[in-house]
Design a protein around this ligand. Structure first.
Ligand SMILES: Cc1cc2nc3c(=O)[nH]c(=O)nc-3n(C[C@H](O)[C@H](O)[C@H](O)COP(=O)(O)O)c2cc1C
Ligand code: SF4
Ligand code: SF4
Length: 1031
């Protein structure tokens, strides 16, 4: 017999790292702390000089899925969001962040690519502090990481491998002949990719992009290093353009082999876009005669070799990286200079200095770039300008500079009385670019250049002043960034469209508002329409009878935004009209201020607008939006004539159906309405009968959750002849008791009283799901309009699967605005589409599952954490493995999407499918052989927080003192609590238990042994005998 007290822990070792309440202040000498803290350091700086051949991503903006969702939820989704005005391509930033916050990565990608076909490149390279992010309303706190979110969303979408198609509304086969006009785009950089994409989206069929290199992307590929923009990203954007039939002809250089703009015209190209950038480096006399042999490069000779040598699969024959000496001087202070400086480290330099004539404050490089430069140890040599480069034996040995200064007015000047010489081994000039070569200019004729060597164009249309069939964009048109080039593509595409159409006699085009087609895929073809009780819904999304339906004008706005139907705010006969108290809506806030409230508590009554108003509103709305559905929500006391009159009037006004408010839990109850009727099955039956007898439109009883068994009320509604039910209304609750003891909402100047109110939103979602599932199991054919906390397509799917036929949304609109319906629609289309593709079917909503990616024995495998000496060792090991040969071997393929092997299911196919697997508790398997066990992913996932260790009630997780790696031991009972608190998506999963499980009953040992025997025999019969009550 054990002598241990039952309250004593079995394995004291196990609890060594368990948090303790501090009973005293801790004494730890600084000397010890200095050593100790290093063991846990995660932000170990890796200087540029240690990064030889290391081209791994260095962007601070890069996000994991968890980080992206957390960041997206921080965004306020502002009205007239100023971030959008900061984006040259006007991406609907607020909308795509909304998409990410609901894990609708398809929707986010669609939003981004609709306005910017090179959105992935831009998400990686945009200097956002000068663009979108610089305008963010949260700047005083911490602006939203917009580019990181953009990058994340498109990477997530890229994994889905869904090709681009044209707007299905365009009748491509039957477009007029003008759409077969031959169009050429010169240079396959961002401006041409954007121009060609939009022209192809408009329906143009014969577009060719001519590129001088053997690879696409322009400077995105050749001059932006892989640690900022990998080649795969560019290649993918080009593949999306090619999906629309745009051809790319490589190795075709202007001015070579007779290839000129004039020749294109002769070959029948009626419109030409020139997006070749500025191919030559700006130079000064001090560089004359210097070459790579001497150790001299310009950014235009250095960066392309770096790119070809380090970017996977960009060129067939991978060159060697430029071999730079110990100390490299980079001349210039812009973003390209920083790219050169960071690349210089990777080409072997141990010391890199940026030399420029201005102050560090006036550097052109944006903060985002400079941060990386500082972190990697790039030295900033300000206030100097090059005098000459000094050679010894044909090799650069130093550079001599004049000192510079600023005068009183802030003008920079060179002080030739002061010189400074810096020893160095290599020099890279990054003074900017130009197009000066006469041959190249001649090959662009009849395009003319002005005295500042800029193309002579109309900057509103990007059309050449001298030859109306030529259009120019990107750097050649004065653009300075990838995103400006992308935007030039939009402007040019519209101008070219107008030009071609006018040439073909369509003069009307000039009067049209410029509008370009959005990004489309097969997902957008998914039909979300469904029919319930003979009513056709264009999509399953309706406005709940709540503040979002306070007036007819609001409903109109919602229909324009895309909602399929509306249930106007409940109204009654004018004799019972209500006045509301104030205030009447509140939220818990907790630690979450602003948007993204979990839900709301309200003590609002039904509409304070008259029946007269609502009947007129229904009539008008039906006239203006005949495709949309209106289900009038009505309430009355237990008076037959009142219900009958309301029902008849609504039917006459054109309402498609009726929702009977038998569920308002506060206020209306005091007036003998709402839950005064809805908790009484007899009255529910009675009211349904009266209404059904008075009208011929479908009737839905809106049920209250303030009852122990919802099925009883649903049954009463069915008995009364209701065609369906709406589940659920709000849950009677109390929220926010303030520190002075009064509750909010607090009513009355003197009284400060409150009352119990109805809770909505996320708080009630699980409850609503359970009720819907229960009703559907009992009445499989009963239509259910489901609601309660729905905010996303994922939530919608859960509601459909539990048994809703269509859904309604209230609180989510209060948290945001009507445009969220677009997020819900694209998200739901994507989830349905994914079921038709074999590779996407097993994803967890829009996230690929990590499940089973580890071998079973991994449960007990030790792995390395990412801090302290473990991290240093890991980095060192990885650094050693980097080589040119490795790049040559690496491969990425843009695999075309696998074909759909099943039909895309309809909304109807999704209804109630979860219920087959919902049983009574005693109907669940009790076999220990069916037990599961926690599986913790390896070091790449786990962040060593120990949350699983702290929460596990079975001592089943060992938490290593040195590595902080949690390991699941044989005590795991597979309860699931660790997964519930783990902060990392998919880090803990559950797999079949491979080792025997012995339940520790805490019984005397001999009885315990017998129990074990029993368990091992299989199911325990006594468990089966439990209450067989129907859930
Ligand atoms: C402020 C407020 C007012 C509401 N007014 C009504 C109403 O007049 N009639 C009604 O049937 N439901 C009313 N509801 C309940 C909603 O229609 C809905 O059933 C509930 O909010 C759950 O959905 P949700 O989580 O999407 O908001 C109201 C809800 C709120 C928050
Ligand atoms: S394209 Fe660039 S500027 Fe526009 S939203 Fe994206 S990151 Fe911001
Ligand atoms: S919080 Fe910032 S990023 Fe979000 S919508 Fe507002 S301005 Fe844009």
């Amino acid at each position: 017999m054990s002598t241990k007290k039952v309250s004593e822990v079995e394995d004291p070792e196990q609890y060594l790292l368990y948090p303790e309440t501090r009973k005293s202040a801790k004494v730890l000498p600084t000397k010890i702390n200095r050593v100790e803290k290093l063991k846990w350091k995660r932000n170990i700086p890796c200087k540029g000089c240690e990064k030889s051949f290391n081209f791994k991503d260095i962007k601070h903006t890069t996000l994991t899925e968890k980080e992206a969702i957390t960041e997206a939820r921080r965004c306020l989704k502002c009205s007239d969001a100023p971030c959008i005005k900061g984006c040259p391509t006007s991406i609907d930033i607020k909308a795509f962040i909304q998409n990410i916050s609901t894990r609708n990565f398809y929707g986010a990608a669609k939003t981004i690519l609709s306005d910017n076909p090179v959105g992935l490149s831009c998400g990686m390279v945009c200097p956002v502090s000068n663009l979108c992010q610089g305008n963010c309303n949260l700047t005083n706190e911490e602006p939203i990481n917009i580019s990181g979110l953009q990058d994340f969303a498109l990477q997530a979408f890229r994994k889905m491998q869904i090709p681009q198609i044209r707007d299905p509304k365009i009748d491509f086969e039957n477009l007029p002949k003008s759409y077969s006009t031959k169009i050429a785009c010169l240079g396959c950089g961002p401006s041409s990719i954007s121009t060609a994409t939009y022209l192809a989206r408009l329906g143009y069929k014969d577009i060719t992009v001519f590129e001088k290199n053997s690879y696409p992307g322009g400077i995105s590929s050749s001059e932006i290093p892989s640690f900022r923009l990998p080649f795969e990203a560019v290649k993918w954007e080009v593949s999306l353009m090619e999906d629309l039939g745009v051809k790319v002809q490589y190795n075709t250089e202007l001015g070579k082999n007779g290839f000129t703009v004039q020749k294109l015209k002769e070959d029948g190209y009626d419109a030409v876009f020139v997006g070749i950038g500025l191919p030559e480096p700006q130079t000064i006399p001090a560089f004359d005669g210097l070459t790579e042999e001497n150790g001299f490069y310009s950014s235009k000779t250095f960066l392309p070799i770096v790119s070809m040598a380090s970017k996977t699969k960009m060129v067939e024959n991978i060159p060697k990286l430029p071999q730079l000496g110990r100390h490299t001087l980079v001349l210039g202070a812009g973003d390209t200079s920083v790219d050169c400086a960071l690349s210089a480290f990777r080409c072997g330099s141990k010391r890199v200095s940026l030399c420029f004539r201005k102050s560090t404050d006036d550097m052109k490089a944006v903060d985002d770039e400079l941060q990386s430069a500082r972190e990697e140890g790039v030295e900033l040599q300000s206030y100097i300008t090059l005098k000459n480069i000094n050679l010894e034996n044909g090799k650069i040995v130093s550079c001599t500079f004049y000192r510079c200064d600023k005068d009183e007015e802030g003008n920079y000047y060179t002080d030739k009385t002061q010189e400074v010489t810096l020893k160095c081994d290599s020099v890279i000039s990054a003074f900017g670019s130009k197009l000066e070569k006469k041959e190249l200019q001649n090959s662009l004729l009849p395009l003319q250049f002005n005295e500042r060597r800029k193309a002579q164009i109309n900057h509103d249309t990007l059309q050449s002043n001298d030859a109306k069939w030529i259009f120019v964009g990107g750097d050649l048109a004065g653009g300075k960034m990838t995103v400006e080039a992308a935007n030039d593509g939009k402007t040019a595409a519209w101008s070219m469209h107008c030009y071609i159409q006018q040439q073909n006699g369509n003069e009307e085009i000039a009067k049209q508002k410029p509008e370009l087609p959005k990004f489309y895929t097969e997902v957008d073809l998914v039909d979300l329409s469904t029919t319930v009780c003979g009513i056709k819904f264009e999509n399953p999304y309706g406005l709940a009878s709540a503040p979002c339906c306070t007036s007819s004008a609001l409903i109109r706005r919602s229909f324009e935004a895309g909602w399929g139907y509306a249930v106007p705010k409940t109204f009654t006969l004018d004799k019972d009209i209500v006045n509301n108290v104030s205030p009447r809506i509140s939220s818990e806030h907790d630690h979450n201020y602003g948007t993204n409230q979990s839900g709301f508590l309200n003590i609002e009554l039904i509409s304070d607008k008259s029946g007269h108003y609502w009947l007129k509103a229904i009539q008008e709305l039906k006239e203006d939006f005949p495709e949309k559905v209106i289900i009038a929500s009505i309430a009355a006391p237990c008076i037959k004539e009142d219900w009958e009159l309301l029902a008849k009037k609504c039917e006459e006004a054109g309402s498609d159906g009726l929702e009977l408010n038998l569920s308002c839990p506060h206020g209306m109850k005091d007036r003998g309405m709402g839950t005064a009727l809805g908790v009484n099955p007899k009255l529910v039956t009675q009211v349904c009968k009266w209404v059904k007898g008075a009208c011929n439109i479908p009737v839905f009883a809106k049920l209250t959750p303030n009852i122990s068994d919802i099925r009883v009320i649903a049954e009463a509604a069915v008995e009364g002849g209701a065609d369906g039910v709406t589940t659920t209304n709000t849950l009677l609750s109390m929220i926010n008791v303030e520190s002075n003891g009064t509750s909010w909402p607090s009513v009355g100047k003197k009284e400060h009283k409150t009352t119990y109110g109805g809770l909505s939103g996320n708080y009630i979602k699980p409850l609503a799901l359970r009720m819907i599932s229960q009703i559907k199991k009992k009445f499989p054919d009963l239509p259910i309009l489901g609601l309660g906390g729905i905010e996303s397509a994922e939530h919608t799917m859960k509601f459909l699967n539990a048994g809703s036929n269509v859904v309604q949304v209230g609180s989510a609109i209060m948290n945001s605005d009507y445009t969220i319906v677009d997020d819900m629609i694209t998200g739901l289309q994507c989830l349905l589409y994914m079921k038709s593709r074999p590779d996407l079917r097993e994803w967890e909503y829009q996230t690929p599952r990590l499940k089973n990616y580890l071998p079973k024995e991994q449960i007990y495998k030790k792995s390395t954490p990412l801090f302290g000496e473990f991290l240093s060792e890991k980095n060192e090991k990885e650094q050693k493995k980097l080589s040119r040969e490795k790049i040559a071997k690496e491969s990425f393929e843009l695999i075309k999407a696998p074909k759909q092997d099943r039909k895309v299911p309809s909304i109807k196919d999704m209804v109630g499918i979860a219920n087959e697997k919902v049983s009574t508790w005693s109907g669940l398997s009790h076999k220990t052989s069916d037990h599961v066990v926690a599986l913790i992913a390896d070091e790449e996932e786990c962040i060593n927080c120990g949350k699983c260790y702290m929460t596990c009630p079975y001592d089943a997780i060992d938490f290593d003192e040195k590595t902080h790696i949690p390991l699941v031991n044989e005590n795991c009972s597979g309860c699931g609590i660790c997964q519930s608190v783990c902060p990392v998506v998919d880090c803990i999963s559950f797999v079949t238990r491979e080792i025997p499980y012995i339940v520790k009953h805490g019984l005397p040992e001999e009885i315990q042994l017998k129990q074990i025997e029993k368990y091992n025999q299989g199911e325990r019969e006594e468990d089966r005998k439990g209450v067989e009550g129907k859930l």
